[in-house]
Design a protein around this ligand. Structure first.
Ligand code: CAA
Length: 241
C-alpha cells in the first residue's frame, strides 16, 4: 500500500469518480475535488469514504487555497490527476464567447492552476506523478467542439512541455486520451449523433470508466518512472495516433 496523497480534479463522478475510487482501493490517500453538486459529492464521500474538497480549478487563487487545505488535511500532494472537464458543444458560428471561455478555463487553465500549486513541492521532494486527461477529440478534432478540442489538444502540448521540465527530478507528466466513454457527458450527446460515432469505433462499443482507470493506475505507479511525456490513447481504436 503506497499511502501517497493523490488529488483527482472533478473526482466525484464519471471518469474522475472511478479514478478516485481505484486509487483509494490501491492504498492512495485520495482528495476528490468537485465544484458543482454538493449533494452528489456528499453521497460520494459517504459511499466511498473518500475526502472531498470543493473549489473551482479554473480559478487560480481558489486552486491555491484548495491545494493548501488538502495538504493541511492529508499531507503533500504526490499524485495529481487533472481530470475536471466540461463540454459546451456547438458549431463555431453559433458559439458564444462564454462557451469558449468556460471550456478553456475549466479544461485547460485548470491544469496550469493545479500543476503550478503542486509542482514546487514535487520538485523539492523529487517525486511527482501528474496525469492529465486529454481526449480523442483533442487528438482528432470533433464537429461542434472547437472549444473542447482546443482545450484538450492544449493539454497534450502542456503535458509534453512539463514532462521535459520534471524529468530530472522524477516528476513524470503523462496524458491519457479517452475515447467516448459511457458517462453522463457522453450520454448527453444526441442519440442520432452518438449512434454514428459508435459505428466508427472499431471495438464497437463505448468505453467504460474502468478502461481509463487502468491506464491512470499504470502511469501513477512509483516504478513508472521511465514513462513521461506520453499519451495513452484508450479509445477502442477510434483514432490510431
Ligand atoms: N461531421 C460532419 N457533419 C456533421 C457532424 C460531423 N461529425 N455532426 C453533425 N453534422 C452535420 C449534421 O449531419 C447536420 O447536417 P444536415 O443539416 O445536413 O443534416 C448538421 O451538421 C447540423 O447537425 P445538428 O443537427 O446536430 O446541429 P445542431 O446545431 O443541432 O447541433 C452539435 C450541433 C451541438 C455540435 C451536435 O451535432 C452535437 O451535439 N454533436 C456531438 C458533438 C460531440 O461528439 N461531443 C462529444 C461530447 S462527449 C466528449 O467530449 C467526451 C470526449 O472526450 C470524447
Amino acid at each position: 500500500m503506497t499511502g501517497r496523497v493523490a488529488v483527482v480534479t472533478g473526482g466525484t463522478r464519471g471518469i474522475g469518480g472511478a479514478i478516485s475510487e481505484a486509487l483509494a482501493k490501491n492504498g492512495y490517500q485520495v482528495a476528490a475535488n468537485y465544484v458543482g453538486s454538493t449533494d452528489r459529492a456528499k453521497s460520494f464521500q459517504e459511499r466511498t469514504g473518500i475526502a472531498t474538497f470543493r473549489f473551482d480549478v479554473g480559478d487560480f487563487e481558489a486552486s491555491r487555497e484548495g491545494v493548501k487545505r488538502i495538504e493541511q488535511e492529508l499531507g503533500p500532494v504526490e499524485v495529481l490527476v487533472n481530470n475536471a472537464g466540461i463540454t459546451r458543444d456547438g458549431t463555431l458560428h453559433k458559439m458564444s464567447f462564454e462557451n469558449w471561455d468556460e471550456v478553456i478555463r475549466t479544461n485547460l487553465t485548470s491544469c496550469f492552476n493545479m500543476c503550478r500549486h503542486v509542482i514546487e513541492g514535487m520538485r523539492d521532494r523529487k517525486f511527482g506523478r501528474i496525469v492529465n486527461i486529454g481526449s480523442v477529440n483533442g487528438q482528432a478534432g470533433q464537429y461542434g467542439q472547437v472549444n473542447y478540442a482546443a482545450a484538450k489538444s492544449g493539454i497534450h502540448g502542456f503535458t509534453k512541455a512539463l514532462a521535459q521540465e520534471g524529468a530530472k527530478v522524477n516528476v513524470t507528466v503523462n496524458a491519457v486520451a479517452p475515447g467516448y466513454v459511457n458517462t453522463e457527458m457522453v450520454r448527453a450527446v444526441p442519440d442520432k449523433v452518438l449512434e454514428k460515432i459508435i459505428a466508427r469505433i472499431p471495438v464497437g462499443r463505448l468505453g467504460e470508466t474502468d478502461d481509463i482507470v487502468r491506464a491512470v493506475l499504470f502511469l501513477v505507479a512509483d516504478d513508472a518512472d521511465f514513462m513521461t511525456g506520453s499519451t495513452m490513447s484508450v479509445n477502442g481504436g477510434q483514432h490510431m495516433y
